[in-house]
Design a protein around this ligand. Structure first.
Ligand SMILES: [Zn+2]
Length: 221
């Protein structure tokens, strides 16, 4: 069973998700804010990796604390995200008065559209969703769609920051909405439960993932 727990972070109400695979006792984190709290959510589980929906400060600021405790845990982002994890201007941390630079860049692994990451016995699909930022990725696993800031139900995608692109955001949003019809949407910022809950239909989303599995390659850490 894949259990998903979440924490609303202290900066901008971004949400970190913790994926607990009960069978293998492994754990994955999606976006890292208040790491001291997040850490308490996976007691007894083996942290296997971190997935980033994008590398804006409010979604990454706990990464150095995480690396202090777990120096060898891989951090997954796209090529653009990897660059910006060490660029305080691009990851917007300089605007928060705290220049964030990832301490251990050798743990960063590049992923892209169509990659599949195994989380115990579950397959997580990587979806490229640029628009809010070029580092934006969404993740689909076990009928959960983690959309980061690429799609927050009831809100317009914010594209006015540097590296935002309205046309790309609309395209990404449409793709996510299509996929999201059959999924439980788990966005990058806190909103009401009702807005997150879409039509929950397990079978169709499994088919979407299966179709990708047939044609795409696996990513192993
Ligand atoms: Zn953002």
């Amino acid at each position: 069973m894949l259990e998903i727990v979440s924490h609303v972070n202290s900066i901008y109400n971004s949400i970190s998700y913790v994926l607990l695979e009960h069978g293998t006792k492994e754990c994955w984190i999606i976006d890292v804010g208040d790491f001291d709290v997040i850490k308490s959510l996976f007691d007894g589980y083996n942290l296997r990796g971190v997935l980033l929906t994008h590398v804006h400060y409010d979604h990454i600021y706990g990464l150095n604390e995480l690396q202090a405790d777990y120096p060898d845990v891989p951090i997954y982002t796209n090529e653009y995200g990897a660059k910006n994890l060490v660029s305080p201007i691009e990851n917007l941390s300089s605007y928060h008065g705290e220049d964030f630079i990832l301490s251990r860049t050798n743990g960063v692994k590049i992923i892209k559209e169509g990659n599949v990451i195994l989380i115990g016995s579950y397959s997580l699909l990587v979806i490229d969703t640029p628009g809010h930022d070029y580092s934006c990725l969404s993740f689909c696993v076990d009928n959960n769609l983690f959309t980061g800031d690429s799609y927050i139900p009831g809100e317009k995608v914010f594209t006015k920051l540097q590296n935002g692109n309205k046309q790309l955001a609309e395209y990404s949003c449409q793709r996510l909405l299509r996929l999201g019809e059959k999924c439980f949407i788990r966005p990058g910022h806190s909103i009401s439960f009702e807005n997150c809950m879409n039509n929950y239909q397990a079978d169709s989303i499994k088919k979407v993932i299966f179709d990708h599995l047939l044609q795409e390659k696996y990513v192993h850490d």
